[in-house]
Design a protein around this ligand. Structure first.
Ligand code: GRF
Length: 200
């Protein structure tokens, strides 16, 4: 399956997907990377791996709808079977989702529906939970609200701060994302109500 990855940050999730290329039978290949940030580390990772990388910077567009269209066009060029949001820190408009659903996966560093949004790690820590984790889900028009595909639990340690907890989550998250992208690529996914089931 042809996978396009959208990333805004360092790209450790992207790196894990690129490394999975070498796994026999993975069934997915990152064919393009799109970022909203010109200096995102994910772009360097893509280029080092010989994967085309495109920046769609909101600063280059007159308004948000134009940026959304530009991002969707940049993704469509790669003819994706799956679109993976891996640390993409922008909310995609319904038009974007409509163009690619139900083939958009997102990874979130908390056990949804708990702690959605841009500060899931910080919010879980502040709430005092003893277990948090990460979630891979299908993207719908809400924020972190789509049907859940996979989750992994991660313990919160007493001396954790946001950084140490996020790093521990990311270890589990990278593995969960690679496993889930591979399974969806090989077996597909179908949704019944709110329940998403991988495999035809
Ligand atoms: C990931 O934990 C992702 O869930 C969150 O931001 C982090 C991005 O990490 N939205 P990276 O850029 O993939 O290293």
């Amino acid at each position: 399956a042809r996978v396009v990855v959208l990333a805004s940050g360092g790209g450790s999730n992207l790196a894990a997907l690129l490394a999975a290329h070498d796994e026999p039978g993975f069934g997915a290949r990152v064919v393009g990377v799109v970022s909203d940030r010109p200096r995102a580390g994910a772009l360097d990772l893509a280029r080092d791996a010989g994967v085309p990388a495109v920046v769609v910077d909101p600063a280059d567009f007159p308004d948000r709808p134009a940026w959304n269209r530009g991002t969707a066009d940049a993704v469509a060029v790669f003819r994706p079977d799956l679109v993976v949001l891996a640390g993409f820190m922008r909310i995609l408009a319904p038009e974007f989702v409509g163009r690619f659903e139900p083939r958009i996966l997102n990874t979130h560093p908390a056990l949804l529906p708990s702690f959605p949004g841009a500060h899931g790690v910080r919010d879980a820590l502040a709430h005092g939970v003893k277990v948090t984790g990460c979630t891979v889900h299908l993207v719908d028009t809400g924020v972190d609200t789509g049907p859940i595909l996979a989750q992994a639990a991660v313990p919160v340690l007493d001396d954790d701060d946001e950084a140490s907890l996020h790093e521990r989550i990311k270890v589990a998250e990278r593995a969960l994302l690679v496993e889930t992208v591979g399974r969806v690529a090989r077996e597909g996914v179908h949704v019944v109500g709110r329940r998403a089931v991988v495999g035809a």
